[in-house]
Ligand binder design. Structure first.
Ligand code: CP3
Length: 422
């Protein structure tokens, strides 16, 4: 990270953080405004991401909260392909807001996909329903890498529908923060090398070992495209970012450090000067928590295969955490679900800040009412007060007392285009 990067210390010191917001974000960015003025400056979820204490009820959002589990999503998407829908700003904005409106979650996650920057750069890619991203021409050789599109000014122009979708989204979300995201270079480059989803990512891992220079050039290209995609989201209005490394778990720590970490860091570097918390999430990556944090994350996303307490032992003291309700409990009784939610809350209480999430994305067959009820249950629980890095309770920073009524719903109006939201 550069000296100019927003460090965890800057996040915890409210005065420095506010200065950074004023000097580094556009004047009309939601972080420049208070919640009374439809801004995100006091959002409890962001305080938790910064490791600053808040009296608000627990904060929660769900990975893949937008999408097929929602009837209003299926209706809106009818007749439009997944990737086309990401590039129609009004549609992407509406889909992003749908789960916030319905479930009263405390953040929106921008509706897009990890392969959208590749499509905007000019690569031929589709998302096949039930399969995932499929590239028309896999990138496997030096010649293939040479032929990757140059990321010049026309790429910046191509990002305009993303900026417009973010602007429309944050106008609707008001005081509920929008989280921007990008796919980690390892995961995205794996799709590029394989051409399609694969179980073991063998072709990608083989390229990494047989032709490390070719791999590095490909992953660097992906980091550049994804990093500019991420920065565009923040400057247009996102208040936090998450890097998804879905397949990192297939790497050993050594291979992660040599072949993936430098590229994930390059991606985060695109937003490191901006005062937005940087969440890093991997699946099956318990053994990679420390290097993934070193890649420039300020918050670690944890999947359901490890407890938050154990995750914390692998990380510097004071690292805020996100996670990690096992998605399997969405298919059990309410009693089991709420017990799991309470366990996760108690487990996260030791962290300097904890934002509740699932251990991986919402499965498409989830009953949406289950998610709505889970959010309501979490919001009924008392505030979990953050502790400072030395483990003592801290009252430093933003006071968000009185925010409970705002939690999860700030600024989101009644459904505009659908009548199905609950
Ligand atoms: O709610 C959200 O999380 C918002 C947006 C979002 C999507 N994809 C929308 C989407 C996010 C953050 C992603 C990230 C993403 N995309 C990841 C990383 C996270 C993870 O789940 O591990 C990955 C690996 C992808 C690639 C991808 N896109 C896959 C594997 C699939 C599933 C294909 C299928 O049909 O099973 C997609 C499609 C996709 N991305 C959908 C959504 C809502 C479903 C497509 C549809 O509704 O037709």
């Amino acid at each position: 990270m550069t000296e100019n990067s927003t460090s965890e210390a800057v996040f915890r010191d409210t005065a420095s953080y506010r200065d950074r917001v004023r000097s580094h974000l556009p004047q009309d960015h939601p972080l420049q405004r208070s919640s009374a003025d439809s801004g995100t400056a006091e959002a409890p979820l962001l305080a938790r991401y910064r490791g600053v204490s808040t009296d608000a009820p627990p904060s929660v959002w769900f990975m893949r909260q937008a999408g097929r589990s929602l009837p209003e999503y299926r209706k809106l998407r009818e007749g439009t392909t997944m990737l086309d829908s990401c590039l129609i700003p009004e549609m992407a904005a509406e889909i992003t807001v749908q789960p916030v409106r319905r479930h009263r979650v405390d953040a929106g996650i921008f509706f897009s996909d990890i392969v959208v920057p590749m499509r905007l750069a000019g690569l031929e890619v589709e998302i096949k329903p039930g399969v995932g991203p499929v590239f028309a021409r896999p990138v496997r050789t030096e010649t293939d890498v040479d032929a990757l599109p140059v990321l010049d000014d026309s790429f910046e122009e191509a990002l305009e529908p993303i900026r417009e979708a973010v602007r429309l989204t944050v106008a609707e979300l008001g005081s509920t923060p929008l989280i921007g995201f990008a796919g980690a270079p390892f995961t995205v480059a794996s799709y590029l090398v394989e051409g399609a989803p694969s179980r073991d990512h063998l072709a990608a891992r083989a390229l990494m070992r047989s032709k490390p220079q070719v791999w590095d050039r490909l992953a660097a290209w992906v980091a550049e495209a994804s990093g500019r995609f991420l920065r565009a989201q923040v400057l247009a209005g996102a208040s936090a970012v998450q890097q998804f490394d879905s397949w990192a778990g297939s790497l050993s720590e050594h291979t992660y450090r040599t072949g993936a970490l430098p590229h994930s860091r390059a991606l985060f570097d695109h937003v490191a000067d901006l005062p937005v918390p940087r969440v890093h999430f991997g699946v099956g990556a318990a053994h990679l928590l420390a290097p993934m944090h070193e890649a420039g994350a300020t918050v670690m996303g944890v999947d359901h295969r490890i407890t938050l307490t154990e995750a914390a032992t692998h990380l510097p003291p004071g690292t805020p955490l996100q996670g990690n309700i096992d998605p399997a409990v969405l298919f059990t009784s309410e009693q089991v679900r709420f017990a799991e939610a309470d366990r996760v809350l108690a487990d996260g209480a030791a962290a300097a800040g904890h934002v509740v999430n699932l251990g991986h994305g919402v499965p498409p067959e989830t009953d949406p009412q289950v998610l709505t009820d889970l959010v309501a249950h979490l919001h009924e629980q008392p505030s979990v007060s953050a502790s400072s890095p030395d483990g003592s309770s801290s009252s430093q920073g933003l006071s968000t007392a009185g925010a409970p009524a705002q939690s999860g719903s700030g600024g989101v109006e009644a459904p505009v285009t659908t009548g199905t939201a609950g």
